[in-house]
Design a protein around this ligand. Structure first.
Ligand SMILES: Nc1ncnc2c1ncn2[C@@H]1O[C@H](COP(=O)(O)OP(=O)(O)OP(=O)(O)O)[C@@H](O)[C@H]1O
Length: 254
């Protein structure tokens, strides 16, 4: 089996007496979508924050392409190819879709934006941005103001911005949130293709999307991974059904 792109070992985080990450082990392998699901308060957001560098774990290790990044800041992890998506506020609403794709990539790569004009006429960067927009189904919107995009299209643009960085791994926090049936179906199809560019760690409440997309699913409950495996095994897992009692039923489209 190929080496994991992202590897989490023994990750532990406490808030006072509350253990929100309890010795979590997780891997993300090339070409896969690995979904992390769990009831509200299970510790999904806290896990993502530690993986991306916004929150320091109390114990454990995070490796990116074999390198220990546990002590590195968010920006350094991003430069190494860890792409977190859906920080919607990062988009400049008055700029065009293409400008966002170009400038977003530049900003996330840690470059200052002060030489704005030369950047916007940089042909290499423009080509990269256009390629990313194309892959996210936004070519025909390139010249539009970002404010004119629908909610779903803005989410597609966030992924396009991440794509311009040539990511090695995506971490996606609820990419389906707020999308209707049509937008959700479009995003599902796009993510399905995207996994071949970089594997995706997908935290998502939309069980239809999770079970349609995931190669593997890990279930968090009370900060612990209570089950991990292919969708069929997770659907049949008694501990998972127990954890979801009174919450969304995994795999039943709730
Ligand atoms: N900064 C904090 N200080 C104290 N407790 C916190 C802090 N952040 C999160 N928690 C607690 O940690 C637990 C896990 O929260 P987290 O947001 O990671 O769960 P989640 O699985 O993402 O939930 P949801 O699906 O509702 O977003 C919760 O009980 C939450 O109240």
């Amino acid at each position: 089996m190929s080496d994991p792109v992202l590897e989490v070992r023994g990750l532990t985080k406490r808030f006072g007496a509350l253990v929100v990450s309890d010795a979590i082990d997780l891997t993300l392998r090339p070409g896969e979508i690995h979904a992390v699901i769990g009831p509200n308060g299970a510790g999904k957001s806290t896990l993502i924050a530690q993986i991306c560098g916004g929150l320091a774990p109390d114990a454990g290790e995070i490796r990116l392409n074999g390198r220990d990044v546990t002590a590195l800041p968010t920006r350094a992890r991003a430069r190494m190819g860890l792409a977190r998506t859906f920080q919607i506020s990062a988009l400049a609403m008055e700029d065009t879709v293409l400008q966002n794709a170009m400038l977003g990539a530049l900003g996330a790569a840690g470059n200052p934006w002060r030489f704005l004009a030369p950047v916007l006429s940089d042909r290499g960067l423009r080509k990269t941005a256009e390629g990313a927009l194309d892959r996210m189904g936004l070519s025909d919107k390139a010249g539009h103001r970002t404010a004119e995009l629908s909610h779903g299209e803005r989410r597609q643009l966030e992924v396009a911005v991440a794509l311009t960085l040539t990511p090695r791994a995506f971490v996606m926090d609820e990419p389906m949130a707020g999308l209707g049936a049509e937008g959700g179906a479009r995003m599902t199809a796009l993510l399905d293709r995207l996994r071949h560019e970089a594997p995706i760690l997908l935290v998502e409440h939309d069980m239809d999307a999770v079970f349609a997309l995931a190669d593997r699913i890990s279930v968090l409950a009370g900060g612990r991974v209570i089950a991990s495996g292919p969708p069929d095994a997770i659907r049949a897992d008694a501990a998972v059904r127990e954890a979801y009692l009174g919450d969304a039923d995994p795999g039943d489209g709730a």
